[in-house]
Design a protein around this ligand. Structure first.
Ligand code: ZN
Length: 165
């Protein structure tokens, strides 16, 4: 929602925007990013970050969703776009379900001018959740198109849940 809010503000300011997400995300329609409160902005699904370097000259803002699923080259691509004067607004999960830094996210967090961590609410205690606890037994990292596979948990509840598995 925060990511969409920022992009909508740029849209209201009549800035030219282009939005990308990795093709891996099949949960929603192929051409739309849909946020949880059902505001949506159209976007382009791509496989490799370098595709973003082909944007039109007049694009002022690039939005990237589900950034954690892109490979490490996303960091350099974002850097290149930003150096060109493009504002790059990225959304992604900082850690995977094992609590480990997720894909290119650590590199992006390090070079970003501004980082905002948003938290879900822990389903066990109501505290701030910063972990995604996987409810299925599969250890495969990417399970999309399935609902309710993850539950948001705070650090303490996550550690408790994992120790009980
Ligand atoms: Zn908790």
């Amino acid at each position: 929602e925060e990511w969409i809010r920022r992009l909508k503000r740029a849209q209201f300011a009549n800035q030219k925007i282009q939005i990308f997400k990795p093709t891996i995300d099949k949960r929603y329609s192929d051409m739309n990013v849909v946020s949880h409160d059902s505001h949506s902005i159209s976007c382009t699904p791509i496989k490799t970050p370098s595709r973003m370097l082909n944007i039109a000259e007049d694009v002022q803002v690039v939005g990237i969703d589900e950034a954690q699923f892109f490979d490490e080259s996303l960091v350099e691509v974002c850097q290149t776009l930003a150096n060109r004067g493009v504002r790059v607004i990225v959304a992604g999960l900082d850690t995977d379900y094992l609590g480990k830094p997720f894909g290119p996210m650590p590199g992006l967090l390090a070079i970003a001018e501004d980082v905002q961590k948003v938290h879900a609410i822990c389903v066990k205690c109501g505290g701030l959740a910063n972990h995604s606890h996987r409810l299925s037994s599969s250890k495969k990292l990417v399970v999309l198109g399935e609902k309710d596979v993850y539950e948001p948990l705070c650090r303490q509840c996550y550690n408790k849940a994992v120790s009980e598995e």
